[in-house]
Design a protein around this ligand. Structure first.
Ligand code: ZN
Length: 236
């Protein structure tokens, strides 16, 4: 039980949460960059090659074989962190969730204001006509999923070599720059764009929750080296 975190949350109605892969690992979703994450799994190409724009265009079948198996095969459910954040938003205390995860678990938990910096596996669009397709359609299709118009369907996930969505970044920057309390959790803060976005925070208290130390530990008002879900589960 972190009484300081409880106190900080009690005293603010303008909290923003910024989460990385560590928020989802407790739901059983592998962290791309951790030792036992996707990078260590055997495949013909390294994941960062397969999950690049160039590769998607050149080898869509190979991309989708990997994508279905590694990105869509799990049956993850929101964990204590997702549920608590949805609760805090409902109570009017949390203004927004900014996430680097693409699993949609914040929305599954009930959160409404979510800025998904790297997109979502739950949105997929035809590259020709823009028609929308949901995740089960992609998961259950074979080979390269095709639109009724014949176009190739692409997940609305930011691949390597691709830029972030401007409106999403602007929304995240707006929320962070107006926040009184910023809780940064489950990220080492070494991966773009996490570190850059934090520069927009000018509020009162910066809280870091991460299992390992981060470069910002010295500047934070409160640092908790623990699992995100376990930590937030104890908040009233
Ligand atoms: Zn189409």
């Amino acid at each position: 039980m972190h009484s300081n975190l409880q106190q900080i949350i009690n005293q603010s109605n303008n909290i923003v949460f910024f989460g990385g892969a560590g928020v989802s690992t407790e739901s059983g979703i592998p962290d791309f960059r951790s030792q036992d994450g996707l990078y260590n799994q055997k495949y013909n190409y390294p994941p960062e090659t397969i999950l690049s724009h160039t590769f998607f265009i050149a080898h869509p079948e190979e991309f989708y074989r990997f994508y279905r198996e590694k990105m869509l095969s799990y049956t993850a459910k929101p964990n204590a962190a997702h549920l608590k954040l949805a609760e805090l938003e409902q109570a009017g205390k949390l203004k927004a969730v900014v996430t680097q995860n693409i699993d949609g678990l914040h929305q599954a938990a009930g959160s409404k204001i979510v800025f998904e910096l790297h997109g979502s596996i739950h949105r997929n669009y035809c590259m020709e006509c823009g028609s929308f397709y949901d995740m089960p359609f992609i998961r259950d299709s074979l080979g390269v999923p095709k639109c009724t118009c014949g176009g190739t369907i692409k997940p609305d996930v930011v691949l390597y070599e691709e830029g972030l969505d401007t409106a999403t970044v602007e929304g995240a920057v707006g929320a962070i720059s107006k926040a009184e309390v910023l809780i940064v959790a489950g990220t080492s803060l070494t991966v773009y764009p996490a570190a850059g976005l934090l520069r927009y925070f000018h509020g009162k208290q910066l809280v870091l929750i991460n299992r390992d130390a981060t470069p910002l530990d010295d500047t934070a008002d409160l640092v908790i080296h623990a699992n995100v879900g376990e930590t937030l589960a104890n908040i009233m």
